[in-house]
Design a protein around this ligand. Structure first.
Ligand code: ATP
Length: 710
């Protein structure tokens, strides 16, 4: 019998029941764990466990020992124990994990647990009794991508690990101080922690869940492309798979040695039988007979929902399917751009949005891929900063001086780009024309990855298409992080600052409106130095540091003449780890095909003799390889001609506005092309380009690549 439980309108990211299922621990996409208890038929919040700094991604409640392990996007895991009705956290010593911890599972005997992270690490964790801390044994032969799921073999010494590299791996999780002696297993000899026993290749598709059968002789997993896989210890070379037409599966469970239940976006559990001898996985039945409740049908029906957002609140969402939102009444904005009443705004899969209302509003939504954030959001604080900047502009206007120059800084994924976007949007709505400078070479808002850019913002960005890119100034850098060639990065930053200074001084409106500089989240070591360089080059008056006391304190002492303000980050900001490559790809695709995918770029072939190709920055030669006493000039900004070759395929080439190779370094770019094919026999290149020809133009090779899979 199905029982429906309701815990408000936040998405349930992870959950785990206590032993007798009278309590449930939930992550509702926040940094806390909430424990609910059923009292008189209603769920009552009895504990809120706060220690994590970011979204809790996994929870596992050990039934016998009554301990909870939680894992979070803050790179940490905690073990919680109940003492005198208080849940006490103890941090797990995951020294080498530097990305979100995505999954955590107690072993059957509950004396160990395993965690998997998006930096590919898998750790077997146990309690170090003498030193009284949770220790972690890291697995050496790690998966090649984010670890999404883990499962324990009933013998307490083997684990199955599923990841985004489409593989399921079997490791030994034997820990001598906990287990004493290794057990015998049908899957091979167990010796040391982390020994890789098997690596099973799936078809393409991220693995979402993996499970052992009750006796541990069979193993099965499901992937995002709706395939079920199973393998038996009797013959691990024989992987059986069942390709289905259902929506992606998220979980799998063995009921006995051969019966499997899978579930996911189809909204109905499905029963299958794994016949190992015949190498078959056979469908038995769909368990939920209410046909109308399936995910597929609900996609088709598109029920609309009316959402009332109170003044000062945010409606946030992570779009799974295409979502349409319409402002029915009131006033609301998305990252500083006002919404028009009655206009249907479309958000495609993978997009994140936040609708903020200062006055209260009603929104009509096509799906329920959203939640109304009831937490404290920092929008009022951001708006106050905008108010302060506007006062400075008014003062500059009255006194005919320079308007405010602001730089936004912080660690990666704290909302720097979003805050810059809001600040220039709000300014543009008041008729100001600030200069937006984006120095983020990984995810530039103005140009494609691998460049830095600046432009005058005359109107707020469009919700659907972003900023209207009008005569931008774009410089080639060629890499996705400043650390790849920090010398070159600093040099082009100086040139950009010079141009921006000239521009703002020559146009009165721009001078008064000021400059907003977005930076990369690369702030350690030489990154921090480069960051000070940015502040000096643009002669900024104010640095806004998002969510980092450490950085703010350092800057206050290093740049005493600059006003440093620390602001909190929004709870809606989500780490883009997995989505960064997609974002970059989309940005390049948008460049060639337009934001609405309705532009048709040119594809043409050009002779080797008609292109002039260059690369900026020669590899560094260590001093030890040079003759004694010889000093080589730093080659970071060396301009080198290169010959076309097949290694160029998929590389982005920047089209320079300069005709003189010596001037390539900090000259505005006219555009970009992508090498699609190189034919050494015919001595020709095939290029994807918005223009029909690039003959006689100087092209600069970028490390950034784009594979045009339409
Ligand atoms: N209030 C919010 N609600 C929902 N999503 C948000 C909110 N603010 C920011 N985001 C989303 O969070 C993600 C990260 O934000 P953003 O790109 O501004 O961070 P960043 O610090 O500039 O990142 P990076 O260091 O990678 O440049 C983006 O996808 C953005 O759209």
């Amino acid at each position: 019998m199905t029982e429906i439980h309701s815990f408000g309108n936040l998405p349930v990211i992870a959950h785990s029941w206590n032993k007798d299922r009278t309590q449930i621990a939930l992550s509702l996409g926040k940094s806390d764990l909430r424990i609910y208890q059923k009292v008189a038929g209603k769920w009552k919040l009895i504990h809120t466990l706060c220690e994590h700094l970011s979204r809790v991604l996994a929870i596992d409640w050990a039934p016998k020992t009554n301990q909870i392990v939680s894992a979070s996007a803050d790179y940490n895991a905690y073990v919680w124990t109940l003492e005198n009705d208080v849940w006490k956290p103890q941090m797990v010593e995951l020294q080498r994990t530097n990305r979100a911890v995505c999954c955590a599972k107690w072993s059957p005997e509950e004396n160990k647990f395993v965690i998997g992270a998006s930096d590919k690490n898998v750790a077997v964790c146990y309690y170090e009794k003498e030193q009284r801390f949770w220790a972690a044994e890291m697995i050496k032969k790690r998966p090649k991508s984010t670890v999404t799921t883990v499962a324990w073999h009933p013998n307490n010494q083997l684990i199955a690990v599923g990841s985004c590299d489409y593989r399921c791996r079997l490791y030994s999780a034997f820990v001598r101080v906990v287990d004493g002696q290794p057990q015998t297993s049908n899957w091979g000899t167990i010796k040391n922690t982390g020994d890789l026993l098997y690596e099973f290749q799936s078809e393409s598709g991220w693995l979402h869940d993996v499970a052992f059968s009750p006796l541990g002789d069979n193993l099965a997993w499901v992937s995002h492309n709706s395939i079920i896989f199973a393998v038996s210890a009797a013959d691990p070379s024989q992987i059986t798979m069942e390709v289905t037409n259902y929506l992606p599966f998220r979980c799998i469970l063995f009921m006995n040695e051969s019966t499997l239940i899978v579930g996911g976006h189809e909204f109905s559990p499905l029963l299958y039988n794994y016949n190992q001898k015949q190498g078959k996985i056979e469908f038995i039945e769909k368990l939920d007979r209410q046909e109308t409740a399936t995910g597929r049908q609900s996609v088709g029906i598109m029920t609309t929902k009316e959402i009332v957002i109170e003044a000062g609140q945010e409606l946030r969402g992570d779009v799974d399917e295409t979502l349409t939102l319409e402002l029915r009444s009131g006033k609301a904005e998305i990252f500083g751009t006002e919404l028009a009443i009655g206009h249907k705004y479309q958000f495609t899969s993978g997009m994140k949005f936040s609708i903020f209302t200062y006055w209260g509003c009603t929104i009509i939504s096509s799906h329920d891929d959203y939640y109304v954030a009831r937490d404290e959001n920092p929008m009022h604080i951001y708006l106050n900063v905008h108010g302060m900047l506007e006062q400075l502009r008014q003062k500059a206007d009255a006194e005919k001086t320079r308007g405010p120059r602001i730089m936004v800084a912080g660690l990666p994924d704290v909302g720097k780009s979003t805050l810059c976007r809001m600040l220039v949007n709000w300014a543009a709505r008041l008729g100001r024309t600030p200069i937006l400078v984006d120095l983020d070479v990984g995810q530039n808002q103005i140009s494609i990855p691998g460049t830095i850019a600046a432009m005058v913002v005359r109107r707020p960005a469009s919700v659907d298409e972003g900023f209207r890119i009008d005569m931008p100034l774009v410089f080639h850098y060629g890499y996705k992080t400043p650390g790849e060639n920090i010398g070159l990065y600093n040099e082009i930053v100086s040139s950009m600052a010079m141009y921006v200074n000239i521009r703002s001084e020559n146009v009165e409106k721009s001078l008064i409106s000021g400059v907003v500089v977005n930076t990369c989240g690369y702030i350690r070591q030489e990154g921090y130095e480069s960051f000070k360089h940015v502040a000096k080059a643009f002669d900024v008056d104010i640095i806004i540091v998002l969510d980092s006391e450490w950085l703010a304190t350092k800057l206050i002492s290093d740049l005493p003449s600059v006003k440093v303000i620390t602001l909190p980050k929004s709870g809606g900001v989500v780490p883009k780890d997995a989505a960064k490559d997609k974002f970059r790809e989309n940005k390049i695709r948008e460049y060639f095909y337009g934001p609405r995918n309705n532009i048709c770029p040119h594809v043409f072939t050009i002779d080797f003799s008609d292109v002039k190709l260059y690369k900026i920055g020669a590899p560094q030669i260590p001093d030890s390889c040079l003759p004694a006493g010889m000093i080589l000039k730093n080659p970071y900004n060396k301009i080198m001609p290169i010959a076309p070759s097949p290694t160029l395929v998929h590389h982005v080439l920047a089209v320079s506005s300069s005709n003189d190779p010596e001037q390539l370094l900090a000259k505005n770019l006219l555009g970009f092309v992508v090498v699609q094919h190189v034919d050494p026999d015919k001595r020709s290149l095939t290029l994807l380009s918005p223009q029909p020809n690039v003959k006689n133009r100087l092209l600069i090779m970028s490390d950034v690549q784009f594979v045009d899979l339409k």
